[in-house]
Design a protein around this ligand. Structure first.
Ligand code: IMP
Ligand code: MG
Length: 176
């Protein structure tokens, strides 16, 4: 499939995306405030890069950064095969961990990451996602979710099609 930028329809423009992320940052701050002054935020590369950076800038706690690089998509669908390209080195033991992902679709990627993060015996682990697709019964509890969307193929704000369109400052979709 060949995608042209002009075929991409905007769902949430830059202002709407940032406004929603700032609301999530406030929710997250309020949630942890009574529990801890420090959280460990784990960004799932590459897709969550912009969501992560905008989010942590507005969380009013000490935020320690970690990054994992995972891939599971090829083109516009999940391959179901998860590849870990790089992993964290920091200890998560007894920490408050916040996993920050771009989109939850089938839920496979995030379940996989969670399973491994739990082996570090964190004190608590939560999930923040920029978007969730309603199409699948993914069975994942998303503690902080930006947007609930239909089963569209999304692009922009970190989301790609074969590595393209990540740097669009809005969330858009293409018709199937
Ligand atoms: P899941 O494992 O099926 O939940 O898929 C999640 C991963 O696939 C996410 O980390 C995304 O990077 C990618 N993904 C899922 N849906 C989309 C989409 O609509 N556009 C771009 N990437 C997507
Ligand atoms: Mg991803």
């Amino acid at each position: 499939m060949k995608i042209d930028k002009k075929d991409i329809k905007i769902i949430y423009d830059e202002e709407a995306v940032r406004k929603r992320i700032h609301e999530l940052a406030k929710e997250i701050t309020d949630f942890y405030k009574s529990k801890t002054d420090t959280i460990h935020a784990v960004c799932v590369l590459k897709g969550a890069v912009h969501f992560f950076s905008e989010l942590v800038l507005h969380i009013d706690l000490n935020v320690i950064y970690s990054f994992v690089h995972i891939s599971s998509y090829s083109g516009s669908s999940s391959t179901g095969k998860i590849r870990v390209k790089s992993w964290i080195e920091e200890s998560m033991e007894d920490k408050y961990v916040l996993l920050v992902e771009d989109v939850i679709d089938t839920g496979l990627t995030v379940k996989y990451i969670m399973r491994y993060l739990r082996k570090y015996r964190p004190k608590d682990i939560r999930l923040a996602a920029l978007a969730e697709k309603r199409a699948h019964d993914h069975g994942v509890t998303i503690d902080f979710v930006g947007f609930e969307l239909d089963d569209q193929f999304l692009l922009g704000y970190g989301l790609d099609y074969n590595e393209r369109f990540r740097n669009l400052p809005y969330i858009g979709y293409i018709e199937p």
